[in-house]
Design a protein around this ligand. Structure first.
Ligand code: XMP
Length: 590
């Protein structure tokens, strides 16, 4: 399974966020699919049963826009072009692509003119999701129209003879109601694939592959308490027997309350000595003394991690030839792809350790989950009997609570503007393609019933100094009585944040709200009074992959309940709710 088999379906990545989603959907249909660079040579695609060219942000007549090898259309293998992929196919095969009279973004009604094989099983009218500026203006020779929308005369096309298909809309997103049916038609009926992909039922095979790679050596894992590393560790321990696997968990002090105990309980099943905890709390905290700037904080934490890992490697027997390193790397982390650039950047520090580099160079690293998406890793974890409490966890950033505990070198007062209060606190955002670091605006007279997120977006567009808007929920003092005080990362403030985070998590889980959001950071800001110098910001978001995110509103009763409990924590002055989508703000504040 995995690396050993040729995927039946290859998705060529033209830079869209959707390429992974397409590959995931095909896998959900039980067919092994992988993502490759758009420019991969046709000869490298031998043995695949079908090719999908993904959508992407470019325009086919832009200089330097992604291309595919035109020979892929002559392989005799069915090809499905989606959005940009369809336009590329059109251009390569002699049709014409032009800017559409008006771009089309969002839901549209598809009128099926000719179901052929691709649209079989669909009704005469279907809801689809469109996102394009350009469109096919003239079919390439041999093609016919399969479907249209009111604004897009060629919304689906095919050359039956050569089994070449194009869709202007996105079948992979859930808003295209029968999208999965279309992909199923392509994969099974047109390409003739057979089901070959079901990670949860192939544990034996995965374990056999681990045994083969490891031989008679032992495996060391650095564990984070996250899903990936825990599943990889468990799988490996099952494959080799616990005696040959060792897990090290570094306690940085930036973990959530109860985290170390949680990890210890889960791994207790493997018995004594399989797992050890390195207490490095003091080391990390003192490295961050007097550091305020987010990037600086991240850099120091990353470097400290490297140092600690290196020390552990050198101190133990691990650099000897009888050890290999196990890592929880998953598929989107690993492959070269436009859409995952961010993930690559944020995770680099794990792979930069010189000792680890050496192990990689010597081929002494195993990554048992390198072929799988997150959902599949969860399914494997479930099949291994790991608790839902672990598998259903929200993502948690490597630097942990350190980047949710804001510091400030100087004090200052909130400034009253016409629209709200400008806080002397800055947070990170993404505007255009680059990072911004700007002030936060607080709104104190909110009509929660009238969705304040739209107002937040509008304010950020209008006020250039800000990239984030928060709404007042409750407090012991009002904004005109509060100030930002100079603050650093201290044990006291970290404990305050841990307590706040634990309260929010408990109520969020108990109410089921936890399942409605993708992630729910809790942020501490040094805004308050002398007696209660900090405030809490609630930041629930919905997202698919963290690249973009929507702020989610907490239902009123839960919001009030959370605020009441949070204000009982000593040192907390007020509670706010983050109202900003990503972009323009990032999910985390730093
Ligand atoms: P932002 O704040 O960039 O976060 O919108 C997007 C997602 O990435 C997570 N994140 C990290 N994950 N190491 C990680 O493993 C990091 O340094 C890191 N920084 C942000 C963040 O929690 C969110 O899910």
């Amino acid at each position: 399974m995995g690396a050993r088999t040729t995927p039946q379906i290859v998705v060529l990545d033209t830079g869209g966020q959707y390429c992974h989603l397409i590959a995931r959907r095909v896998r959900e249909l039980g067919v092994h699919s992988q993502v490759r660079r758009a420019s991969v040579g046709a000869e490298e695609l031998a043995g695949t049963k079908g090719i999908i060219v993904s959508g992407g942000p470019s325009s086919v007549y832009e200089e330097g826009s992604p291309r595919v090898d035109p020979r892929i259309f002559q392989l005799g293998v069915p090809v499905l072009g989606i959005c940009y992929g369809m336009q590329l196919m059109t251009q390569e095969l002699g049709g014409v692509v032009r800017p559409a009279p008006s771009g089309e973004f969002g839901l549209a009604v598809l009128h099926v003119d000719d179901p052929d094989k691709l649209l079989v099983g669909l009704g005469p009218q279907e809801q689809v999701w469109m996102s394009h500026r350009d469109a096919v203006a003239q079919l390439p020779p041999g093609f016919r129209v399969l479907a249209h929308t009111d604004t897009c005369p060629i919304a689906a096309m095919a050359d039956l003879e050569r089994a070449l298909y194009g869709l202007q809309f996105h079948p992979e997103v859930i808003h295209t109601r029968n999208g999965l049916r279309i992909l199923k038609n392509f994969v099974y009926e047109i390409c003739g694939c057979a089901p070959d992909w079901d990670p949860a039922h192939q544990l034996e095979e995965l374990e056999e592959s681990i045994r083969k790679q490891v031989g008679d050596r032992n495996v060391l894992f650095f564990l984070s308490g996250g899903v990936d590393s825990t599943v990889a560790f468990t799988l490996t321990a099952r494959a080799l027997g616990p005696g040959r696997v060792h897990g090290v968990y570094v306690d940085t002090g930036f973990m959530r309350a109860g985290e170390t105990e949680f990890v210890r309980d889960i791994l207790a099943r493997f018995g004594e000595g399989v797992f050890s905890i390195e207490d490095e709390r003091e080391e990390f905290l003192s490295a961050l003394a007097g550091v305020y700037e987010p990037e600086e904080k991240r850099r120091i934490i990353g470097e400290k991690f490297v140092e600690v890992q290196e020390r552990i490697l050198e101190r133990g027997p691990y650099l000897g030839s009888e050890w290999v390193l196990g890592q929880g790397t998953i598929y989107p982390d690993r492959i070269e792809s436009g859409g995952t650039a961010h993930a690559d950047v944020i995770k680099t520090h794990h792979n930069r350790v010189p000792g680890i580099q050496r192990l990689i160079e010597e081929g002494r690293v195993i990554e048992p989950l390198a072929e799988f998406y997150k959902d599949e890793v969860r399914a494997i974890g479930r099949a291994l009997g790991l608790p839902e409490e672990l598998l259903g966890r929200h993502p948690f950033p490597g630097p942990g609570l350190a980047i949710r505990c804001l510091c400030s070198p100087q004090g200052g007062q909130p400034v009253r503007l016409e629209q709200g209060w400008l806080l002397p606190i800055r947070s990170v955002g993404v505007q255009g393609d680059s990072r911004s670091y700007r002030a936060v605006l607080a709104l104190d007279a909110l009509d929660w019933a009238d969705d304040p997120r739209a107002q937040a977006t509008e304010l950020i567009n209008r006020i250039p100094e800000i990239n984030r808007v928060i709404g007042w929920v409750a407090g012991r003092a009002f904004l005109d009585q509060m100030a930002v005080r100079p603050a650093t990362l201290t044990r006291e403030r970290l404990e305050r944040l841990k307590a706040a985070d634990a309260v929010v998590r408990r109520l969020s889980q108990a109410s089921g709200f936890d399942h409605q959001v993708w992630q729910f950071p809790v942020v501490l800001i040094p805004l308050g009074t002398e007696e209660a110098p900090d405030s809490v910001v609630l930041r629930p978001v919905d997202s698919l992959d963290g690249m973009t995110a929507a702020a989610v509103l907490i239902p009123a009763p839960l919001r009030e309940q959370m605020a009441r409990r949070l204000l009982e924590i000593p040192g907390i002055c007020a509670v706010f709710h983050d109202l900003t989508h990503k972009p323009p703000a990032t999910i985390e504040w730093e």
